[in-house]
Design a protein around this ligand. Structure first.
Ligand code: AHR
Length: 503
Protein backbone atom coordinates (compact mmCIF):
# COMPACT_ATOMS: atom_id res chain seq x y z
CA UNK A 1 0.00 0.00 0.00
CA UNK A 2 1.02 3.62 -0.58
CA UNK A 3 0.69 6.65 1.68
CA UNK A 4 1.63 10.28 1.18
CA UNK A 5 1.99 12.90 3.88
CA UNK A 6 2.89 16.60 3.90
CA UNK A 7 4.55 18.53 6.70
CA UNK A 8 5.19 22.27 6.61
CA UNK A 9 7.51 23.95 9.12
CA UNK A 10 4.99 26.75 9.75
CA UNK A 11 1.90 24.59 10.22
CA UNK A 12 2.21 24.25 13.97
CA UNK A 13 -0.48 22.56 16.07
CA UNK A 14 0.76 23.48 19.53
CA UNK A 15 3.73 23.84 21.80
CA UNK A 16 4.19 20.46 23.47
CA UNK A 17 4.37 20.54 27.25
CA UNK A 18 7.30 18.33 28.33
CA UNK A 19 4.98 16.81 30.94
CA UNK A 20 3.23 14.91 28.13
CA UNK A 21 5.79 12.16 28.81
CA UNK A 22 5.12 11.72 32.52
CA UNK A 23 4.50 8.50 34.44
CA UNK A 24 2.48 7.11 37.33
CA UNK A 25 3.42 4.73 40.11
CA UNK A 26 1.13 3.41 42.81
CA UNK A 27 1.47 1.43 46.01
CA UNK A 28 0.11 -1.61 44.28
CA UNK A 29 1.36 -5.10 43.50
CA UNK A 30 5.14 -5.06 43.07
CA UNK A 31 5.44 -1.52 41.72
CA UNK A 32 7.05 -0.05 44.84
CA UNK A 33 8.03 -3.10 46.90
CA UNK A 34 10.46 -5.30 44.92
CA UNK A 35 9.93 -2.94 41.96
CA UNK A 36 11.76 0.27 42.74
CA UNK A 37 12.50 -0.62 46.38
CA UNK A 38 14.07 -3.88 47.49
CA UNK A 39 16.55 -3.73 50.36
CA UNK A 40 18.93 -6.64 49.99
CA UNK A 41 18.75 -6.71 46.20
CA UNK A 42 22.29 -6.91 44.74
CA UNK A 43 21.86 -3.47 43.14
CA UNK A 44 20.09 -1.76 46.07
CA UNK A 45 21.61 1.46 47.40
CA UNK A 46 21.85 2.06 51.19
CA UNK A 47 18.25 3.35 51.15
CA UNK A 48 17.05 0.10 49.56
CA UNK A 49 16.34 1.42 46.06
CA UNK A 50 17.24 -0.78 43.12
CA UNK A 51 19.83 0.89 40.90
CA UNK A 52 19.19 -1.43 37.96
CA UNK A 53 15.57 -0.23 37.85
CA UNK A 54 16.63 3.35 38.46
CA UNK A 55 18.91 3.27 35.45
CA UNK A 56 16.09 2.08 33.19
CA UNK A 57 13.91 4.83 34.65
CA UNK A 58 16.55 7.51 34.12
CA UNK A 59 16.98 6.54 30.49
CA UNK A 60 13.34 7.47 29.89
CA UNK A 61 13.92 11.13 30.82
CA UNK A 62 10.58 11.30 32.65
CA UNK A 63 9.57 14.84 33.66
CA UNK A 64 6.87 14.14 36.28
CA UNK A 65 5.69 11.15 38.32
CA UNK A 66 2.22 10.85 39.83
CA UNK A 67 2.16 9.16 43.25
CA UNK A 68 0.95 7.38 45.50
CA UNK A 69 -2.25 6.25 43.72
CA UNK A 70 -4.54 5.32 41.99
CA UNK A 71 -7.30 3.55 43.84
CA UNK A 72 -4.85 3.05 46.68
CA UNK A 73 -4.87 6.74 47.58
CA UNK A 74 -8.57 6.79 48.38
CA UNK A 75 -8.05 5.01 51.72
CA UNK A 76 -4.42 5.98 52.32
CA UNK A 77 -3.07 7.81 55.37
CA UNK A 78 0.12 9.51 54.22
CA UNK A 79 1.14 10.01 57.88
CA UNK A 80 1.60 6.21 58.18
CA UNK A 81 4.61 6.53 55.89
CA UNK A 82 6.66 9.09 57.83
CA UNK A 83 8.99 8.86 60.83
CA UNK A 84 11.11 5.91 61.96
CA UNK A 85 10.42 2.91 59.75
CA UNK A 86 10.16 0.49 62.67
CA UNK A 87 7.27 2.51 64.12
CA UNK A 88 5.19 2.62 60.96
CA UNK A 89 1.91 0.70 61.04
CA UNK A 90 1.08 -2.13 58.68
CA UNK A 91 -2.34 -1.48 57.16
CA UNK A 92 -4.77 -3.23 54.89
CA UNK A 93 -4.93 -1.67 51.45
CA UNK A 94 -8.64 -1.81 50.67
CA UNK A 95 -8.22 -1.09 46.98
CA UNK A 96 -6.13 -4.16 46.14
CA UNK A 97 -6.76 -6.41 49.18
CA UNK A 98 -3.08 -6.27 50.09
CA UNK A 99 -0.91 -5.49 53.08
CA UNK A 100 0.82 -2.10 53.06
CA UNK A 101 3.91 -2.04 55.24
CA UNK A 102 4.52 1.71 54.81
CA UNK A 103 8.26 1.14 54.53
CA UNK A 104 8.18 3.57 51.63
CA UNK A 105 6.43 6.87 52.33
CA UNK A 106 6.67 10.39 51.02
CA UNK A 107 10.25 11.04 52.14
CA UNK A 108 11.67 7.83 50.72
CA UNK A 109 9.75 8.32 47.49
CA UNK A 110 10.87 11.95 47.20
CA UNK A 111 14.49 10.82 47.54
CA UNK A 112 13.97 8.22 44.82
CA UNK A 113 12.32 10.81 42.53
CA UNK A 114 15.22 13.18 43.14
CA UNK A 115 17.72 10.44 42.25
CA UNK A 116 15.71 9.74 39.12
CA UNK A 117 15.57 13.46 38.35
CA UNK A 118 11.77 13.46 38.18
CA UNK A 119 9.36 16.01 39.65
CA UNK A 120 6.58 14.66 41.87
CA UNK A 121 2.85 15.15 41.28
CA UNK A 122 1.10 14.05 44.47
CA UNK A 123 -2.46 12.88 44.96
CA UNK A 124 -4.49 13.58 48.10
CA UNK A 125 -7.07 11.23 49.54
CA UNK A 126 -10.57 12.57 48.91
CA UNK A 127 -12.16 9.13 49.43
CA UNK A 128 -11.96 8.55 53.17
CA UNK A 129 -10.47 11.95 53.98
CA UNK A 130 -10.71 15.56 52.86
CA UNK A 131 -9.50 19.14 53.13
CA UNK A 132 -7.82 18.70 56.51
CA UNK A 133 -5.52 15.87 55.43
CA UNK A 134 -4.80 17.61 52.14
CA UNK A 135 -3.69 20.84 53.81
CA UNK A 136 -1.56 18.93 56.31
CA UNK A 137 0.11 16.95 53.54
CA UNK A 138 0.89 20.11 51.55
CA UNK A 139 2.23 21.82 54.67
CA UNK A 140 4.45 18.82 55.45
CA UNK A 141 5.81 18.79 51.90
CA UNK A 142 5.99 22.45 51.00
CA UNK A 143 6.29 24.72 54.03
CA UNK A 144 9.80 25.72 55.09
CA UNK A 145 9.71 25.62 58.89
CA UNK A 146 8.21 26.95 62.11
CA UNK A 147 4.89 25.05 61.96
CA UNK A 148 3.82 21.69 63.30
CA UNK A 149 3.92 19.83 59.97
CA UNK A 150 7.00 21.50 58.49
CA UNK A 151 8.99 21.02 61.70
CA UNK A 152 7.86 17.41 61.81
CA UNK A 153 9.33 16.94 58.33
CA UNK A 154 12.55 18.57 59.47
CA UNK A 155 12.64 16.25 62.47
CA UNK A 156 12.48 13.41 59.93
CA UNK A 157 15.72 14.66 58.42
CA UNK A 158 14.35 16.71 55.51
CA UNK A 159 15.29 20.36 55.99
CA UNK A 160 14.39 21.66 52.56
CA UNK A 161 10.72 21.62 51.56
CA UNK A 162 9.91 19.71 48.38
CA UNK A 163 7.94 22.52 46.77
CA UNK A 164 5.54 20.11 45.06
CA UNK A 165 3.70 22.10 42.38
CA UNK A 166 1.11 19.62 41.08
CA UNK A 167 -1.60 18.11 43.30
CA UNK A 168 -4.29 15.66 42.22
CA UNK A 169 -7.64 16.04 43.98
CA UNK A 170 -8.42 12.37 44.65
CA UNK A 171 -8.62 9.58 42.09
CA UNK A 172 -11.39 8.28 39.79
CA UNK A 173 -14.11 9.63 42.05
CA UNK A 174 -16.74 8.77 39.39
CA UNK A 175 -16.04 5.05 39.81
CA UNK A 176 -18.37 3.02 42.06
CA UNK A 177 -15.31 0.86 42.90
CA UNK A 178 -13.57 3.85 44.42
CA UNK A 179 -13.53 3.98 48.23
CA UNK A 180 -15.54 7.12 48.97
CA UNK A 181 -17.02 7.37 45.45
CA UNK A 182 -19.23 10.46 45.05
CA UNK A 183 -21.81 12.03 42.82
CA UNK A 184 -20.43 14.63 40.41
CA UNK A 185 -21.77 17.74 42.15
CA UNK A 186 -20.76 16.51 45.58
CA UNK A 187 -17.23 15.77 44.36
CA UNK A 188 -17.03 19.02 42.41
CA UNK A 189 -17.79 21.00 45.59
CA UNK A 190 -15.20 19.10 47.63
CA UNK A 191 -12.61 19.47 44.87
CA UNK A 192 -13.27 23.20 44.68
CA UNK A 193 -12.78 23.74 48.41
CA UNK A 194 -9.78 21.40 48.60
CA UNK A 195 -8.15 23.11 45.63
CA UNK A 196 -8.58 26.51 47.29
CA UNK A 197 -6.98 25.23 50.50
CA UNK A 198 -4.09 23.58 48.66
CA UNK A 199 -3.42 26.68 46.57
CA UNK A 200 -3.50 28.90 49.66
CA UNK A 201 0.04 27.66 50.38
CA UNK A 202 1.26 29.68 47.36
CA UNK A 203 4.27 28.75 45.28
CA UNK A 204 2.29 28.46 42.06
CA UNK A 205 0.51 25.22 42.99
CA UNK A 206 -1.57 23.65 40.21
CA UNK A 207 -4.40 21.21 40.83
CA UNK A 208 -5.93 18.37 38.84
CA UNK A 209 -9.60 17.53 39.31
CA UNK A 210 -10.89 14.03 38.47
CA UNK A 211 -12.64 13.59 35.16
CA UNK A 212 -14.01 10.25 34.00
CA UNK A 213 -12.30 6.93 34.67
CA UNK A 214 -12.88 6.12 31.00
CA UNK A 215 -15.12 7.13 28.14
CA UNK A 216 -17.36 4.10 28.70
CA UNK A 217 -18.55 5.33 32.10
CA UNK A 218 -22.32 5.89 32.18
CA UNK A 219 -21.76 9.33 33.69
CA UNK A 220 -19.31 10.42 30.95
CA UNK A 221 -19.22 13.24 29.76
CA UNK A 222 -21.80 14.84 32.01
CA UNK A 223 -19.55 14.07 34.98
CA UNK A 224 -16.97 16.53 33.62
CA UNK A 225 -19.60 19.23 33.04
CA UNK A 226 -21.06 18.95 36.54
CA UNK A 227 -17.68 18.76 38.24
CA UNK A 228 -16.27 21.72 36.31
CA UNK A 229 -19.37 23.78 36.96
CA UNK A 230 -18.47 23.52 40.66
CA UNK A 231 -14.75 24.17 40.47
CA UNK A 232 -13.69 25.55 37.06
CA UNK A 233 -12.14 28.78 38.33
CA UNK A 234 -10.05 27.05 40.99
CA UNK A 235 -8.47 24.16 39.10
CA UNK A 236 -5.93 23.91 36.29
CA UNK A 237 -6.42 20.46 34.79
CA UNK A 238 -9.08 17.81 34.50
CA UNK A 239 -7.82 14.23 34.48
CA UNK A 240 -8.82 11.53 32.01
CA UNK A 241 -8.00 7.82 32.21
CA UNK A 242 -8.21 5.05 29.62
CA UNK A 243 -6.78 1.56 29.33
CA UNK A 244 -6.57 -0.48 26.14
CA UNK A 245 -7.02 -4.12 25.30
CA UNK A 246 -7.37 -6.48 22.38
CA UNK A 247 -9.07 -9.58 23.80
CA UNK A 248 -10.84 -10.13 20.49
CA UNK A 249 -7.49 -10.30 18.63
CA UNK A 250 -8.58 -7.68 16.15
CA UNK A 251 -5.47 -5.55 15.67
CA UNK A 252 -7.03 -2.96 13.41
CA UNK A 253 -9.83 -2.35 15.86
CA UNK A 254 -7.27 -2.17 18.66
CA UNK A 255 -5.46 0.64 16.82
CA UNK A 256 -8.76 2.35 16.01
CA UNK A 257 -9.16 2.86 19.77
CA UNK A 258 -6.54 5.57 19.38
CA UNK A 259 -8.96 7.51 17.17
CA UNK A 260 -11.64 6.85 19.78
CA UNK A 261 -9.30 8.41 22.34
CA UNK A 262 -8.99 11.45 20.10
CA UNK A 263 -12.76 11.83 20.23
CA UNK A 264 -12.65 11.46 24.03
CA UNK A 265 -10.14 14.31 24.27
CA UNK A 266 -12.11 16.40 21.81
CA UNK A 267 -15.36 15.87 23.72
CA UNK A 268 -13.82 16.92 27.03
CA UNK A 269 -12.21 19.87 25.28
CA UNK A 270 -15.74 20.86 24.27
CA UNK A 271 -17.02 20.48 27.83
CA UNK A 272 -14.17 22.66 29.11
CA UNK A 273 -15.03 25.36 26.56
CA UNK A 274 -18.72 25.13 27.41
CA UNK A 275 -18.17 25.59 31.14
CA UNK A 276 -15.65 28.37 30.56
CA UNK A 277 -18.15 30.25 28.41
CA UNK A 278 -21.02 29.61 30.79
CA UNK A 279 -19.05 30.95 33.73
CA UNK A 280 -17.51 33.83 31.73
CA UNK A 281 -14.26 32.52 33.21
CA UNK A 282 -10.89 34.02 32.36
CA UNK A 283 -8.71 31.02 33.18
CA UNK A 284 -8.01 27.97 31.03
CA UNK A 285 -8.35 24.35 32.10
CA UNK A 286 -6.33 21.74 30.25
CA UNK A 287 -6.36 17.94 30.18
CA UNK A 288 -4.10 15.81 32.35
CA UNK A 289 -4.38 12.28 30.88
CA UNK A 290 -2.89 10.87 34.04
CA UNK A 291 -3.52 7.14 33.48
CA UNK A 292 -3.16 5.41 30.14
CA UNK A 293 -1.70 2.13 28.95
CA UNK A 294 -2.39 -1.37 27.69
CA UNK A 295 -4.09 -3.50 30.34
CA UNK A 296 -5.77 -6.74 29.33
CA UNK A 297 -3.42 -9.73 28.96
CA UNK A 298 -3.86 -10.94 32.53
CA UNK A 299 -6.74 -8.71 33.57
CA UNK A 300 -9.38 -11.39 34.16
CA UNK A 301 -7.07 -13.71 36.01
CA UNK A 302 -5.72 -10.87 38.12
CA UNK A 303 -9.21 -9.72 39.05
CA UNK A 304 -10.06 -13.26 40.21
CA UNK A 305 -6.84 -13.44 42.21
CA UNK A 306 -7.00 -10.19 44.09
CA UNK A 307 -10.68 -10.42 44.92
CA UNK A 308 -10.10 -13.69 46.73
CA UNK A 309 -6.58 -13.63 48.11
CA UNK A 310 -5.74 -13.26 51.78
CA UNK A 311 -4.18 -9.80 52.01
CA UNK A 312 -0.69 -10.64 50.73
CA UNK A 313 2.23 -8.23 50.90
CA UNK A 314 3.42 -6.86 47.51
CA UNK A 315 1.73 -9.60 45.45
CA UNK A 316 2.20 -10.16 41.73
CA UNK A 317 -0.50 -8.04 40.14
CA UNK A 318 -1.08 -6.69 36.61
CA UNK A 319 2.34 -7.89 35.43
CA UNK A 320 1.55 -7.71 31.75
CA UNK A 321 3.84 -9.26 29.13
CA UNK A 322 3.76 -6.77 26.28
CA UNK A 323 4.16 -7.77 22.64
CA UNK A 324 4.93 -5.86 19.47
CA UNK A 325 1.30 -4.97 18.85
CA UNK A 326 1.17 -3.29 22.28
CA UNK A 327 4.27 -1.27 21.38
CA UNK A 328 2.50 -0.07 18.24
CA UNK A 329 -0.55 0.87 20.31
CA UNK A 330 1.56 2.80 22.82
CA UNK A 331 3.48 4.58 20.03
CA UNK A 332 0.18 5.48 18.36
CA UNK A 333 -1.33 6.79 21.55
CA UNK A 334 1.68 9.00 22.14
CA UNK A 335 1.21 10.25 18.58
CA UNK A 336 -2.38 11.11 19.46
CA UNK A 337 -1.25 13.05 22.53
CA UNK A 338 1.20 14.98 20.33
CA UNK A 339 -1.58 15.70 17.83
CA UNK A 340 -3.82 16.85 20.70
CA UNK A 341 -1.14 18.74 22.61
CA UNK A 342 -3.18 21.95 22.43
CA UNK A 343 -5.51 20.32 24.99
CA UNK A 344 -3.44 17.63 26.67
CA UNK A 345 -0.61 19.17 28.68
CA UNK A 346 0.22 16.29 31.03
CA UNK A 347 -0.05 12.56 30.36
CA UNK A 348 1.17 9.73 32.60
CA UNK A 349 1.89 6.23 31.39
CA UNK A 350 0.32 3.92 33.97
CA UNK A 351 2.28 2.55 35.49
CA UNK A 352 6.09 2.55 35.53
CA UNK A 353 7.48 -0.62 37.12
CA UNK A 354 6.01 -4.16 37.19
CA UNK A 355 2.33 -3.11 37.30
CA UNK A 356 1.19 -2.57 33.65
CA UNK A 357 4.65 -1.22 33.05
CA UNK A 358 7.39 -0.46 30.55
CA UNK A 359 9.91 -1.75 33.13
CA UNK A 360 9.82 -5.15 34.79
CA UNK A 361 11.92 -6.30 37.73
CA UNK A 362 12.20 -9.78 39.19
CA UNK A 363 12.37 -10.05 42.94
CA UNK A 364 16.06 -10.58 43.70
CA UNK A 365 16.76 -10.81 39.98
CA UNK A 366 17.03 -8.85 36.77
CA UNK A 367 15.27 -5.76 35.48
CA UNK A 368 14.39 -5.33 31.81
CA UNK A 369 12.56 -3.14 29.31
CA UNK A 370 9.28 -4.42 27.88
CA UNK A 371 8.29 -3.74 24.26
CA UNK A 372 6.38 -0.57 25.16
CA UNK A 373 9.44 0.96 26.81
CA UNK A 374 10.92 1.99 23.46
CA UNK A 375 8.14 4.05 21.83
CA UNK A 376 7.68 5.80 25.18
CA UNK A 377 11.41 6.47 25.39
CA UNK A 378 11.62 7.83 21.84
CA UNK A 379 8.65 10.12 22.37
CA UNK A 380 10.07 11.38 25.65
CA UNK A 381 13.52 11.99 24.17
CA UNK A 382 12.58 13.42 20.80
CA UNK A 383 8.92 14.45 21.09
CA UNK A 384 9.64 17.77 22.74
CA UNK A 385 9.15 21.08 20.97
CA UNK A 386 6.39 22.05 18.54
CA UNK A 387 3.78 19.60 17.30
CA UNK A 388 3.39 20.00 13.55
CA UNK A 389 0.32 19.27 11.50
CA UNK A 390 0.74 16.24 9.24
CA UNK A 391 -1.65 16.03 6.30
CA UNK A 392 -2.07 12.34 5.47
CA UNK A 393 -3.34 11.03 2.17
CA UNK A 394 -3.40 7.25 2.27
CA UNK A 395 -5.52 4.11 2.67
CA UNK A 396 -8.07 3.96 5.45
CA UNK A 397 -10.30 1.37 7.11
CA UNK A 398 -13.44 1.12 9.24
CA UNK A 399 -13.53 -0.64 12.61
CA UNK A 400 -15.94 -0.96 15.53
CA UNK A 401 -14.07 1.61 17.61
CA UNK A 402 -13.81 4.21 14.84
CA UNK A 403 -14.44 4.75 11.15
CA UNK A 404 -12.16 6.11 8.47
CA UNK A 405 -8.98 5.21 10.31
CA UNK A 406 -5.59 5.79 8.65
CA UNK A 407 -3.29 2.83 8.15
CA UNK A 408 -0.49 5.34 8.56
CA UNK A 409 -0.41 6.77 12.09
CA UNK A 410 2.01 9.68 12.11
CA UNK A 411 3.07 12.64 14.26
CA UNK A 412 5.83 15.18 13.73
CA UNK A 413 7.71 17.33 16.22
CA UNK A 414 10.01 20.27 15.52
CA UNK A 415 12.79 20.49 18.12
CA UNK A 416 12.81 23.53 20.45
CA UNK A 417 15.76 25.07 18.58
CA UNK A 418 14.09 24.48 15.20
CA UNK A 419 17.05 22.57 13.77
CA UNK A 420 15.63 19.07 13.68
CA UNK A 421 12.38 17.26 13.17
CA UNK A 422 11.32 13.85 14.44
CA UNK A 423 8.61 11.81 12.78
CA UNK A 424 6.92 8.94 14.58
CA UNK A 425 5.28 6.72 11.97
CA UNK A 426 3.36 3.47 12.36
CA UNK A 427 2.29 1.17 9.57
CA UNK A 428 -0.81 -0.47 11.01
CA UNK A 429 -1.19 -2.98 8.20
CA UNK A 430 -0.60 -6.49 9.45
CA UNK A 431 0.87 -7.82 6.26
CA UNK A 432 1.56 -5.06 3.74
CA UNK A 433 4.67 -2.97 3.41
CA UNK A 434 3.86 0.73 3.12
CA UNK A 435 5.43 2.78 0.36
CA UNK A 436 5.86 6.12 2.05
CA UNK A 437 6.33 9.57 0.58
CA UNK A 438 6.53 12.44 3.08
CA UNK A 439 6.83 15.90 1.51
CA UNK A 440 8.79 18.22 3.79
CA UNK A 441 8.25 21.92 3.20
CA UNK A 442 10.49 24.56 4.76
CA UNK A 443 13.12 22.01 5.81
CA UNK A 444 15.71 22.32 3.04
CA UNK A 445 19.04 20.64 3.65
CA UNK A 446 17.97 18.30 6.45
CA UNK A 447 19.72 14.94 6.61
CA UNK A 448 18.62 11.64 8.09
CA UNK A 449 20.17 11.28 11.54
CA UNK A 450 18.49 8.13 12.72
CA UNK A 451 15.75 5.71 11.71
CA UNK A 452 14.75 3.13 14.30
CA UNK A 453 12.25 0.38 13.52
CA UNK A 454 10.32 -2.06 15.64
CA UNK A 455 8.38 -4.75 13.81
CA UNK A 456 8.43 -6.18 10.33
CA UNK A 457 9.97 -9.48 11.36
CA UNK A 458 7.97 -12.58 12.16
CA UNK A 459 10.26 -13.34 15.13
CA UNK A 460 8.83 -10.34 16.99
CA UNK A 461 5.18 -10.92 16.24
CA UNK A 462 3.87 -12.96 19.15
CA UNK A 463 6.55 -12.77 21.82
CA UNK A 464 7.35 -10.60 24.83
CA UNK A 465 10.62 -9.63 26.47
CA UNK A 466 11.37 -11.65 29.59
CA UNK A 467 14.15 -11.71 32.15
CA UNK A 468 15.71 -14.65 30.27
CA UNK A 469 15.23 -13.02 26.84
CA UNK A 470 15.07 -9.27 27.45
CA UNK A 471 15.93 -8.25 23.86
CA UNK A 472 13.43 -10.12 21.73
CA UNK A 473 11.61 -6.90 20.86
CA UNK A 474 13.96 -4.00 20.49
CA UNK A 475 14.41 -1.16 18.03
CA UNK A 476 16.89 -1.79 15.25
CA UNK A 477 18.34 0.43 12.54
CA UNK A 478 15.96 1.08 9.63
CA UNK A 479 17.47 0.89 6.19
CA UNK A 480 14.70 1.56 3.73
CA UNK A 481 14.18 5.32 3.92
CA UNK A 482 16.02 8.02 2.00
CA UNK A 483 15.92 11.75 2.57
CA UNK A 484 16.16 14.16 -0.36
CA UNK A 485 15.44 17.86 -0.90
CA UNK A 486 11.73 17.25 -1.25
CA UNK A 487 11.28 14.91 1.69
CA UNK A 488 11.40 11.29 2.80
CA UNK A 489 10.79 8.36 0.51
CA UNK A 490 10.98 4.63 1.09
CA UNK A 491 9.26 1.78 2.86
CA UNK A 492 7.81 1.09 6.27
CA UNK A 493 7.67 -2.64 7.05
CA UNK A 494 4.27 -4.17 7.72
CA UNK A 495 3.11 -3.83 11.33
CA UNK A 496 5.94 -1.52 12.36
CA UNK A 497 6.76 1.43 14.59
CA UNK A 498 9.32 3.91 13.24
CA UNK A 499 11.19 6.81 14.76
CA UNK A 500 12.76 9.00 12.07
CA UNK A 501 15.02 11.89 13.04
CA UNK A 502 16.28 14.55 10.65
CA UNK A 503 18.62 17.42 11.39
O1 AHR B 1 -3.47 1.76 37.37
C1 AHR B 1 -4.29 0.80 37.96
C2 AHR B 1 -5.60 1.37 38.47
O2 AHR B 1 -6.38 1.76 37.38
C3 AHR B 1 -5.51 2.62 39.31
O3 AHR B 1 -5.30 2.34 40.64
C4 AHR B 1 -6.85 3.25 39.12
O4 AHR B 1 -6.83 4.65 39.22
C5 AHR B 1 -7.31 2.77 37.75
O5 AHR B 1 -8.57 2.23 37.78
Amino acid sequence: MKARATIHRDFALAQIDDRLYSAFIEHMGRAIYSGIYEPGHPTANPQGFRQDVLELVRNLNIPVIRYPGGNFVSAYKWEDGIGPKEDRPVRLDLAWRSKETNQVGINEFAQWAKDADIEMMLAVNLGTRGIEEARNFVEYCNHTSGTYWSDLRRSHGVDEPYGVKMWCLGNEMDGPWQIGHMEAKEYGRLADETSKAVKAFGGGIETVVCGSSNDGMPTYPDWERQVLEECYENVDYISLHKYFGNSSHDSLNYFAKIDETGRYIQAIGGVIDFVKAKKRAKNDVFICFDEWNVWYHKREQDAKNWRSWDWPEAPELLEEDYNLEDALLVGGLLNEFIRRSDRVKIACIAQLVNVIAPIRAEKGGAAWATSIYYPYQFASLYGRGTALNVAVNGPRYDADAAHDVNYLDVAAVLSPDGTSITIFAINRSLDETMELDIALQGFEGLKLVEHKVMGGTSAEARVANTSAAPDRIKPRKGEKLAVGDDGIKGELPAFSYNMIRLS
